[in-house]
Design a protein around this ligand. Structure first.
Ligand code: DAH
Length: 367
């Protein structure tokens, strides 16, 4: 009869050679099942004299443990192999060209987002992000809007109670603009800083040009010698690339924002017809964005020494840019999830926006 050592060698070899989970289980049952060879041997122990019984019992227990461990190990191996095989078999080649009849469309806001990132990316800006739910320090105070500042009322804010404090000043807000990302960036990064921060913003407002959730992109440049001239050149290049009009007319109007000094609004030239808006030329003006030199108090709040550094900032409404560029009259329709609307105003997927490959890819416009 096969001795225990031979049996163990045979069983371990069979287990290691089991080609799949089914074969492995058959080997396991043949050894450890009700009628398995190890089980049979264990049953046979009763007939042995006492001293032999103890020694043989020990050996059988060791054998049993060795076989159980080997089965477990092989099972893990086979499961990993099986998973890898399935992963390889079921993978999708995402580089395959989209079939022309593809139904999906890129939302105009996503398209504008990509275009803006492509333009500023080319100029060396990084994309920064911040949370949608902000504290009042980042959304207001650090931006030179203390609690009693009238500008707070301009921004019909949604407040969120703070579960840890009944004090209203501790309540959170859903950010009313992307400007808090300026502060978060200054807190985490040393100058030179050159970032844009696109994202969602929220205000309690609802009509053809306002929705409670909308999108902005913030820009921030800080260095030792950054001036208003850099601001003007940077934003001129931006609108020129964005509207794809080489000699676009622009002007800067003095304005007021608490977080910049001096502050300006940038207008672009346009021609307003009865049912048409032509951008870039003509004798009318269209307000496009707010901008200015970062207020020294804002630099200080972000932990940057205003005696050493200066910079500029700007804020643009992304949805408004989409409405202007792609002639979409009502902002509310952006967020109604109407597939007919998306089919009309959306963009064919994979028409990537880039400065070299074409920004808006009008050929890809799904109309
Ligand atoms: N945060 C302003 C708003 O929501 C937009 C803005 C204006 C941002 C001027 C800026 C800026 O950074 O310099 O209305």
């Amino acid at each position: 009869m096969e001795n225990i050592e031979d049996l163990q060698n045979r069983l371990l070899a069979e287990i290691a050679a089991a080609a799949d989970l089914k074969a492995l289980d058959e080997t396991r049952v043949a050894a450890l099942g009700k009628k398995g060879c190890i089980t049979e041997k264990m049953k046979g122990l009763g007939a042995l004299p006492v001293e032999e019984k103890i020694a043989a019992g020990k050996k059988l227990n060791l054998l049993k443990t060795a076989v159980e461990n080997a089965v477990e190990k092989r099972k893990n191996e086979l499961e990993t192999l099986e998973l890898n095989r399935r992963l390889a078999e079921e993978s999708i080649d995402v580089t395959l060209p989209v079939r022309p009849e593809t139904q999906g469309r890129i939302h105009p806001v996503s398209k504008i987002y990509e275009e803006v990132v492509a333009i500023f990316g080319e100029m060396g800006f990084e994309v920064a992000e911040g949370p949608d739910i902000e504290d009042q320090f980042h959304n207001f105070n650090a931006l030179n809007m203390p609690a009693d500042h009238p500008a707070r009322q301009m921004q019909d804010t949604f407040y969120i109670p703070n579960p840890d404090s009944a004090d209203f000043d501790d309540s959170y807000v859903v950010r009313t603009h992307t400007s808090p990302v300026q502060i978060r960036t200054m807190e985490n990064k040393k100058p030179p800083i050159r970032i844009i921060a696109p994202g969602r913003t929220y205000r309690s407002d609802y009509d053809a040009t306002h929705t409670p959730m909308f999108h902005q992109v913030e820009g921030l440049v800080i260095d030792k010698t950054t001036t208003m001239a850099h601001l003007k050149g940077c934003l001129y290049d931006f609108v020129r690339a964005f509207f794809e009009v080489d000699n676009i007319k622009v002007r800067y109007r003095p304005s007021y924002f608490p977080f910049t000094e001096p502050s300006a609004e940038m207008d672009i030239g346009c021609k307003k017809g009865k049912d048409e808006l032509k951008i870039g030329e003509g004798n009318d003006w269209l307000e496009i964005l707010g901008c200015g030199m970062v207020h020294p108090k804002v630099l200080a709040a972000g932990g940057i020494d205003p005696d050493e550094y200066q910079g500029f900032a700007f804020g643009v409404g992304l949805d408004r840019l989409a409405m202007l560029k792609y002639g979409i009259p009502d902002l509310r329709t952006f967020f109604e999830s109407d597939l007919r609307w998306l089919k009309h105003y959306g963009f064919v997927p994979l028409d990537e926006s880039s400065m070299t490959g074409g920004l808006s890819n009008n050929g890809g416009l799904a109309r």
